[in-house]
Design a binder for this molecule. Structure first.
Ligand code: ADP
Length: 355
């Protein structure tokens, strides 16, 4: 219940001079025109009052005024408190909602995350387990061929020899696939973070261009390197992985380029990044495939890829390696004009990789 002293009642004469006041002490409150029926007044200390004025009259004449008012101090205080509560409560509520949503989303994602982890674990473990029998098969086939060569006899008949050749080829292909899967699994689980050292990109690219020159000659494609850095460009990374990344891109470029075409490998230095650009004048990639080619086992032309021995893991691996180095790969391509793969690698990776 409101404080009764909040109210006042005052009687004014005809000239609006106060005759008597009851309730709140009103020395500081201005005498506003009694002609206005409802009004809000403010006293000298800033407290608001709501006032109603009534005229008092006999049958013939005006005898005075009666004013009834109420201090709005307590209501204003409540309103101020409410405004403050809303002002502070709104962001606090939003933060609480955000935290709860984050927690609940995390909780709901747990089974998905767990099955993803199990899938990763399974891929890694399966690939690891496959390596030993594949290596054993490889050595057995090699031993059979060696025995055949040494004995000079026709120990292996022609059909058996041909079958063994096929098995050996398929074994090599399967071993590569298993190796790729194992590397992907290790990259997914950040298991290679400790194996970083200073890698000179100029040397890496020169070596690669030299090593893949025979492949380019065989495909009648010109393989060119353009190193546009006055000084050697070194980054912290895993040399073996970077080698895989660039070789995958260059080999893809060579395979996608018809006779007489060109594959150019460019090394450029940016402010914080090294750019390695592999550009070919090949068949190009249709826009609808461009965002998909980095997915695992994605091949544009299944038959052609099978013929080239690709499993669709090359670009997925390249992408995972670039990401493990806190970098990225982008592709720009036009059908029948060629493709450009741009790898962006930061110089200062070690702190981030270890962090
Ligand atoms: P793969 O290991 O089978 O070569 P990738 O992951 O390297 O698979 O490539 C995925 C798909 O992208 C392949 O089907 C390949 O044909 C296509 N591709 C990759 N690079 C190029 C390129 N430079 N030009 C045209 N197509 C390409």
């Amino acid at each position: 219940m409101a404080d009764p002293v909040n109210y006042y009642l005052r009687l004014l004469d005809r000239s609006e001079r106060p005759l008597t006041v009851a309730g709140v002490q009103l020395e500081q409150l201005p005498i506003a025109s009694a002609e206005i029926r409802r009004q809000t007044l403010i006293d000298t200390s800033g407290i608001r009052y709501r006032q109603i004025s009534l005229t008092l009259r006999t049958q013939y004449q005006l005898t005075g005024y009666m004013q009834v008012g109420r201090s709005l101090k307590d209501l204003d205080q409540h309103l101020a408190a409410l405004r403050l509560a809303l002002l502070l409560g709104w962001p606090v509520t939003m933060i609480v909602i955000a935290i709860c949503s984050w927690y609940l989303a995390g909780h709901a994602m747990q089974p998905v995350y767990r099955s993803y982890q199990q899938m990763e674990q399974f891929t890694g473990d399966a690939a690891h387990e496959f390596r030993t029998p594949l290596a054993a098969m490889h050595s057995t086939i090699d031993a059979a061929f060696r025995l055949h060569g040494q004995s000079g006899s026709d120990l292996l008949s022609e059909p058996i020899s041909r079958t063994l050749q096929v098995i050996k080829r398929q074994n090599a292909r399967l071993s590569k696939l298993v190796g790729d899967l194992l590397l992907l699994a290790r990259l997914d689980r950040h298991q290679l973070a400790g194996e970083y050292c200073l890698c000179c990109l100029n040397d890496l690219i020169s070596d690669l261009v030299e090593e893949l020159a025979f492949l380019a000659i065989e495909a009648q494609v010109k393989l060119v390197q353009q190193v546009q850095t006055p000084k050697k460009l070194c980054i912290l990374g895993n040399e073996e992985q970077l080698y895989r990344l660039f070789s995958n891109l260059i080999i893809n470029g060579i395979q996608a380029t018809p006779n007489g075409g060109q594959v150019t490998v460019t090394l450029e230095r940016g402010d914080r990044y090294a750019f390695i650009i592999v550009q070919d004048t090949g068949i190009g990639i249709a826009p609808e495939h461009q965002s998909l080619i980095f997915g695992r086992f994605y091949r544009i032309n299944q038959d052609r890829s099978r013929a080239s021995g690709g499993s669709g893991l090359g670009l997925a691996l390249a992408c995972a390696i670039a990401r493990a180095h806190r970098g990225s790969i982008q592709v720009q391509s036009q059908i029948n004009k060629g493709s450009t793969f741009t790898v962006k690698l930061p110089f200062n990776t070690l702190a981030k990789i270890r962090g």
